[in-house]
Design a binder for this molecule. Structure first.
Ligand code: PGA
Length: 261
């Protein structure tokens, strides 16, 4: 795991956008795994800026989102489908047929999960997976106790997650209880993972993910098994890390060929 601690969420997000744009410049048909929630908003903002001002093109990029609520139509303003259109897709040049979000609105959720996995495989697999982390240590919507080998499937949200997502629905009682999510096993298959976490309320989950035992009690700790996981934090999210001085030292002393900035 590579842990990078930036002084604020904006600088952390700009670095993440730089890494993503580097992938696309090198491989214009990059397959991106995308995330929702408050964490990636500044990354999308910066990628849109790079598209508008610096000619970054998403014309040949394919995307797969991590998760979607069950029972919400894609047009529902609280769906992740709407989130992605509003915060990213409609501002860039990606063809809509190249963007994929799990279908939580179908009657046959099980088949929709299987179809989703087939589409990811047919695309050649995810080159870079963007991730956040839940206050309970969840990765995508893989809540604590999810198998670390899990596949795309239906999950029930934890109370912590329902509370954290309540504002998007106007109250915890309105948050759907079920979701479709890529499994932790799918996430581990992506070639490169880029996880962002901001704010003191994520500090305990970040500590468990980076320095705790690999455990289904903190699904994000599965990233310790990933061949190339990069964790970008702001200072409050890094606060509880015992080895933060070492992570800073490693980042400052990276060889030139390995530097992002
Ligand atoms: P957040 O959610 O970005 O809204 O904090 C992250 C997550 O639940 O994975």
């Amino acid at each position: 795991m590579e842990v990078i601690i930036k002084d604020c969420a904006e600088n952390a997000s700009n670095l993440a956008a730089k890494i993503i744009s580097g992938f696309i410049k090198k491989k214009p048909d990059t397959v991106l795994g995308l995330a929702t929630g408050s964490t990636p908003l500044l990354v999308y903002k910066e990628l849109i800026r790079l598209h508008k001002n610096e000619g970054l093109s998403f014309r040949n990029v394919t995307t797969f989102n991590l998760d979607e609520y069950a029972g919400l139509s894609p047009e529902n303003p609280s769906s992740f489908s709407s989130y992605m259109k509003d915060n990213f897709f409609r501002h860039i040049d990606i063809p809509s047929l190249s963007t994929h979000i799990p279908d939580g609105y179908t009657k046959d959720l099980q088949s929709s999960c299987e179809e989703y996995e087939k589409k990811i495989a047919a695309s050649g697999g995810i080159d870079l997976q963007l991730l956040g982390i839940g206050e309970d240590g969840h990765l995508a919507f893989n809540e604590p106790s999810s198998s670390l080998a899990s596949r795309t499937r239906i999950k029930t949200l934890s109370e912590v997650t329902i509370k954290a997502n309540a504002s998007a629905f106007g109250g915890a009682d309105k948050v759907p209880r079920h979701v479709i999510t890529m499994g932790t096993g799918n996430i581990l298959e992506s070639k490169y993972c880029l996880l962002l976490a901001f704010g003191a309320k994520k500090a305990s989950a970040v500590k468990n993910m980076v320095e705790g035992a690999v455990s289904a009690s903190c699904p994000a700790s599965a990233l310790q098994l990933h061949r190339h996981a990069v964790i970008i934090l702001d200072k409050p999210a890094a606060e509880l890390l015992q080895n933060k001085d070492y992570y800073n030292y490693v980042y400052q002393n990276k060889p030139d060929w390995q530097r992002y900035e």
